[in-house]
Design a protein around this ligand. Structure first.
Ligand code: NAP
Length: 248
């Protein structure tokens, strides 16, 4: 059964890692896809080629941290696809350092790209979704946003900010049938983790109750649930997808 047939989704940051996994799963479930990236034009073209046989898909070079770009993206997607049913605010970065050594630049950049971005696109799609009287917004936080992490004060603040923002949006827009939920991934193995010291990575895996790192598909399947009508009565929720790293 295809769960997203006829729907249009915007996914930010889909040229690799989790965002790419979300695009692949959404396409298999029939969603047309508008996705963004910051600079990887060749990878964007590859993803378009891979998924074009399944659905309508288009990549947009669009800086998620820029307010005007989010407005422009929304207008262009509506022109091209006719509507926006689902938004996955996935784009994010890390600039890790202990607080003592963290520069103001690294603080600002992480907050802009991880948190301002979520405000920018959520704000831009609110009016069109209100007109449709339906919409699902999914914001990508992290286990680190829920529990904090030494060396990631900027990243943790941005990801915790996403949670407060999303719960408020859920309260404001629930009466318009617009849902807003959060996914908090744990340790997800992507191209990025392949280059890390494998002994350290194995130690991380061993400390996870399910004894493995997550895959982009694990996160994409959680997004699929929150994007689809299966979760029609779920809003303001933070879904931990972390193999049991955090239970409370
Ligand atoms: P990733 O592999 O580094 O990919 C990041 C994606 O975001 C890329 O497509 C990149 O585009 C795009 N991007 C970066 N800055 C952007 C900007 N300013 N505007 C538009 N797009 C931008 O990241 P990931 O590991 O898949 O993580 C995806 C999300 O999950 C992030 O929000 C991250 O914080 C969160 N998360 C990840 C993990 C994990 O273990 N991997 C755990 C918890 C949460 P380009 O290719 O063009 O640079």
């Amino acid at each position: 059964m295809k769960l997203l047939e006829g729907k249009t989704a915007i996914i930010t940051g889909a040229t690799r890692g989790i965002g790419k996994g979300i695009a692949q799963v959404f396409a298999r479930h029939g969603a047309n896809i508008a996705f963004t990236y910051a600079s990887s034009a060749a990878k964007a073209e590859e993803l378009e080629k891979e998924l074009t046989p399944l659905v309508k898909i288009k990549g947009y070079l669009s800086d998620a941290s820029d307010y005007e770009s989010a407005q422009k993206l929304t207008d262009e997607v509506i022109k091209e696809f006719g509507k926006i049913d689902i938004v996955v605010n996935n784009a994010g970065i890390t600039r890790d350092n202990l607080l003592l050594r963290m520069s103001k630049e690294d603080w600002d950049e992480v907050i802009r790209i991880n948190l301002d971005s979520v405000f920018n696109l959520t704000k831009a799609v609110t009016k069109p979704m209100m007109k449709q009287r339906k919409g699902s917004i999914i914001n990508m936080s992290s286990v680190v946003g829920v529990k904090g992490n030494a060396g990631q004060a900027n990243y943790a603040a941005s990801k915790a900010g996403i949670i407060g923002f999303s719960k408020s949006v859920a309260l404001e827009l629930g009466s318009r049938n617009i849902r807003c939920n959060v996914i908090a991934p744990g340790f997800i193995e992507t191209e990025m983790t392949e280059v890390l010291d494998q002994k350290t990575v194995q130690e991380w895996r061993d400390n996870i109750p399910l004894k493995r790192g997550g895959t982009p598909e694990d996160i994409a399947n959680a997004c699929l649930y929150l994007a689809s009508d299966l979760s029609d009565y779920v809003t303001g929720h933070v879904l931990n997808v972390n193999g049991g790293m955090l239970t409370y």
